[in-house]
Structure formats: structure tokens, C-alpha cells
Design a protein around this ligand. Sequence first.
Ligand SMILES: *[C@@H]1O[C@H](CO)[C@@H](O)[C@H](O)[C@H]1NC(C)=O
Ligand SMILES: *[C@@H]1O[C@H](CO)[C@@H](O)[C@H](O)[C@H]1NC(C)=O
Ligand SMILES: *[C@@H]1O[C@H](CO)[C@@H](O)[C@H](O)[C@H]1NC(C)=O
Length: 496
Amino acid sequence: MHLLLKILLLFQGFCFAFGFRDFNLGRSKGGNIGSPPLINLDEEVPEPKLFDQIVDHSDPSNKDSYKQRYFVNEKYFSKNAPATVFLMLGGEGRFDARWMITGAWIDYAKNFNALCFGLEHRFYGDSHPTKDVSTKNLQYLTTIQALKDVANFITEMNQAYKLAKDTKWVVFGGSYSGSLAAWMRLKFPHLVHAAVSSSGPLLAVADFREYYKIVVKALHEKTGSNKCQQQITKAHLEIKALMSAEPETLERDFKVCQKFSESTTNDIKNFYNIIAENFADLVQYNEDNRIGSDENSRNITINTVCGLMTIPVNIPAYKRLAKFNAMMLKKNNQTCMDYSYDNMITELRKTSWGKDEARQWMYQTCTEFGFFQTSSAEYKIFGNEFELDFFIQQCQDVFGKKYDKKFLQNSIDWTNTEYGGLNYTVNHVIFVQGTIDPWHALGITYSNNPIDMPALYIKGTAHCANMYPARDSDLPDLKQARTTIAQHLRLWLQHP
Ligand SMILES: *[C@@H]1O[C@H](CO)[C@@H](O)[C@H](O)[C@H]1NC(C)=O
Ligand SMILES: *[C@@H]1O[C@H](CO)[C@@H](O)[C@H](O)[C@H]1NC(C)=O
Ligand SMILES: *[C@@H]1O[C@H](CO)[C@@H](O)[C@H](O)[C@H]1NC(C)=O
């Protein structure tokens, strides 16, 4: 179970920490306690509503439908023409209703008198198109089906709310749903007037080795030195040596659930991968302002962890790394570090609803995106233990032999041809990325059309920082980005 959190991290870009929270109940609890300053407590979070959605948009003769969850906030809406509707797209996890009353988009909604909808993504949360998540049923989990859900939803809501013909819909999303937001404008320009795409990866790649490159760069960017990465490198060399010389020492310091002597090659790959993922987690969410992020864990930042790694006292580097590992275990409410490959695969093979949603997101990565965060570019720092084949093997072990390297490459080529990858030119779309968010490598950070398709590349922020509620301590570039987004919306919403 514990490992699943890691799996999600491994694959997930999640802005909303949607699925994340589900995986990580301890953190969620802490988060709820830590949230009040961010949320207007007088205001009720809206109840979910259910929408009759088509299961298979590719087959008009198939009349099957499912209940897709959505949320509405009409508080700021004024029907004065031209009406404005905002739609927050759900991504790879349960839709958190708190987004309906908080976050930067709600501040924009107040300014533009927008009607606000939130739509949960099929196969996540309680939006279940099929009776379980067997591999056969997951065939309906594709971006095309998800985009058509959104198109159908918009069409139906235009009628249900008797919205005027010139009503303008703006879609918002972050991380994977940021990609969906951009693709909605690309595929359905007649339904979607504009899109705000935050931290969206637009280019599918099998081997996302750039990810750890940016993790390492971020350590430097935040601390202003290479000392932190040098210490991590040193720690890995020590771990490697201890693994054969003194495994008991490592077992104790890293609080592992199973002995190294009882481990397989894949277990060991997983062990190294988890250590690297701790840094991925650290960087991807550095100093962010997530709704519900655990107050007690807020001080686990690049600067505090690199402080721990580099403080000049006489402690071996691996012990410092183990200390960081212990912090992450605690933060994730885990009593020991479960690096068993079989446990992970067994968990991911479970096909009933109500399990962790890592299986669904993994399916999406194995069939459309790749995004596998390999050690291949930074093997000196994290060890070259988790290369592309390790991830492809996971696809095959979980979903079947068919999901091999060739299948993955074909899928990725299909995705990039379908959406254009980074060769994206559509107007009324604003792209937002952060310099220390590793996902920016697959997104648009520069645009030669800053009026119609601006790209904001925020200095010093992590994943989806611009979506969270503003706070005084936000970096100047982040504050500016929120203002720039509002200016563009103003420009585009006034246009006929
Ligand atoms: C998280 O930890 C708390 C105690 O700190 C415990 O009550 C709770 O059951 C734990 N949750 C999980 C999912 O392990
Ligand atoms: C964060 O704060 C807690 C409690 O104040 C402390 O125990 C912990 O060591 C701190 N962590 C870091 C990384 O500074
Ligand atoms: C993007 O454009 C470049 C240069 O024209 C081309 O080589 C590449 O294949 C294109 N990518 C996609 C996904 O279409």
C-alpha cells in the first residue's frame, strides 16, 4: 500500500494533488487542519452533481452512459451578456470540491462574473464509466474520450442553464488537466473560447530523463550552490558500498520493510527509485501552497533539506539522506519503506473501484504518454538503476505482455501527432510554467506570439504554483503571472 503513494508520485504530474490526497490520508488530515487561512470557512463547499455522460464517444450506436460528477458555483455569475463560464477540468484524481470556492481562478471568476463549473475526469474519483478498472474496461480511458466528455458537458450545460449564444467558456487545468485545457481549445474552438493551461506537459515522451535533470538544477537554483547535489552523489556511493558490506546498517537507517538479502533485482531498482522520488516530491512541490498541504511538512523544502545534507557536522552523507527519507516516511504516514516490486505490482493489478487510482494513471502513461522519469540523465546522482526498461516492464506486468516498448512508442507517436506536441499554435491560450517544476521540460515556456498565445515562465516556482490561492509571501514573478493571466482573460473575453 505504502508504495502506491510512490507510484503515483512517480507517474504523476498532479497539480491538484487530487489522487495524491487519496493515497495519503495522513497528509490529507494534516492538510485539512492546516487549511483554514486558505479557505473562507463561512462558505460551503458545493455538493457534487451528476451528469449523464456517454461511455464511448467513438461509437454513436453505443448508448451506454455513466454518472460523471461535476460541481457548480453560481455565486459570482451575472447573466449580463456576454456571459462568461469558467470550467475547471479534473485530472488524474478525485475532483476536490474545495477548488470550487478557492484558488486563483475563483478570484478571476469574481472579476469576470463567471459561472463556475468543475468536472471530474472519467475513471477518477466517483466518475465510473465501467463496472471495474479491468484492462479491457480501461480502453475507455483515453484523452480523446475525456475531451469529448468535456465537449458534451459544455453543450449540455449551455442548454440546461439557457446560456446565451455568445456565452464564452474558459477552461482551466493544471498538470495533466492543463494539457487537456490546451487540447480542448485546439479540438473544440467552437465550444471553448479560451484556455489557461498551467504546468501542462504537451509532449509525450517514453524516457522523460529531463525530469531529474531539472530536479538537480532546481537544487542549485534554490541554494545557489552545487553542494547539495554533491552530497547526494556521495550518499549514493556510500549506499552502494554499504549494500554489500553492511546491509543491516542500511536496513536500519532507511527503515526498510524487508531485508536486502531477501530482495530481487527489481526490488533494489525500486529502492533507488524511491530515494530519487523523495527528491522529485521535494522539488515538484517546493514551497507550494496546495490546499490541504500538511502544515507540519511545510518546512520540508529544498532549502531545509539541502541544509540538512550540507551542514558541516561529522555525519556521513548517506545518514543525512536516510534522515530525509525518514522525514518523508513520516510525512506520508508510513512506518517502513516498502520497496517490494511484487507488492507494488500486486496492488496495481487490483481492478475494483475504490482502490488507489495509481492504476488508472499508470494505464494512461503506458498507453498515451510515457513520461517515465528515468535515472538515465542523472545516473551519477541517483544511480542508473531505473531506466526505461524498468518502467516498460511495469506496464507489462500490470496490464499484459502487449504493452511493450514498441506499443509504447507507437502510442506516444500517436499522441504527438494527434495534439502536435510542442508545435502548438492556437490563439486564446495562456501557458504557465515554473522554472523549478521538472514538468516544464515537456511544456511551452516560450511563445513568439505573446498576445494571442502567451507563455509565462515563472522564475522560482514549482508545479502549478499560479493556481493556488495568492499569499503575501508569493514570489514577485508569481504575483505578476496571476495579474498577466487576468489581463489576457480581460482582453479575450471582451473580444466578440
Ligand atoms: C496516519 O497516522 C495517524 C496517526 O498519526 C493514524 O491515526 C492514521 O491511521 C494514519 N493513517 C494511515 C492511512 O496510515
Ligand atoms: C520541521 O519542523 C518540525 C517541527 O517543528 C521539526 O521536527 C523538523 O525537524 C523540521 N524539518 C526540517 C526539514 O527542518
Ligand atoms: C514539430 O515540428 C518539427 C519541425 O517542423 C518537427 O520536426 C516535429 O516532428 C514536429 N512535432 C510534432 C509532434 O508534430
